[in-house]
Design a protein around this ligand. Sequence first.
Ligand code: ADP
Ligand code: F6P
Length: 316
Amino acid sequence: MKIGILTSGGDAPGMNAAIRAVVKSASHNSIEVLGIKHGYKGLIKQELIPLNIFSVDGISEKGGTILKTARCPEFTEEQGRKEALETLKRFEIDGLVVIGGDGSFRGAEKLGRLGVKVVGVPGTIDNDLAYTDYCIGFDTTLNTILECISKIKDTDSSHEKTTIVEVMGRYCGDLALYSALAGGGEIISTPEKKLNFGDICAKLSENISKGKNDNVIIITERMYDIEELQKHLEKKLEISIRSTVLGFVQRGGNPSGFDRVLASKMGVRAVQLLMEGSTRRFIGIRNNRIIDVGFSEINDIDTNKQKEYDLLDELL
Ligand code: ADP
Ligand code: F6P
């Protein structure tokens, strides 16, 4: 048996640990592994390299992905997927492990429908796949954000100032929500529970009137123009405010122990599923158990989310 593995979409800390687990588990079961570089792009352009236990030695502690990653618009077209399929046939690949987020899973599902045996491993800092409690990379990024906010808080408290911090997440507020739950912010606005400029201003004004002059306002990216929000608050409250976009700092860094363990468990499960002949299955973790679901379930509503927002109401 021969399997292929690729990482696709935004890189996430822990992707290397997942690659290592797939290669080690495959090797344990006498399965050959080909690494496909640059995600679906490399599948179309035939960028394949053999992987063995020596190629993955020591990689689990490193952020990013040794296989590189890319966004590949060609793959969203039928022609692109046809070329990818030809590569898989040419290299006699019997099964494919796709590590990525929801976009990559969409691509994997389409390949699966063409007859490819494919399994998805959720690797995205955004944690935007509702069927799984955690995606690989989320925990590391959360900790990075908390470290950054903690530094911002030192200076905010010294100057009794407020800072707006924009975090990643694409259209998912988990990074902002968990940062706030962990004590990182006083005001939070996410796509799931969006505050308008007026709401933010009112909350900030209330905090200041109670004597809380240093506030961190955490917002999820893509919701507002951060500078506009800053100007609005400064004008309305007649105070000086700072704003910071954390940006790519959040995607890098050594994966946390949690992400490495999660990635390792998921990588091993991916190989097992392919050995069992399963296809179009997407691995996740729910209630501390590794699970796998079909494509139709990947966006199933996370019922815990509302409970977590309710907790936040008690904390802020
Ligand atoms: P992520 O996997 O992190 O969500 P993207 O949304 O950028 O990242 O998707 C990664 C890649 O997956 C895209 O560049 C594209 O090649 C492929 N992809 C995304 N959406 C689709 C789709 N609807 N059909 C086929 N391929 C897709
Ligand atoms: O999906 C991961 C992510 O970092 C999102 O949080 C962010 O919106 C996006 O990727 C940024 O993409 P790019 O790498 O194209 O700037």
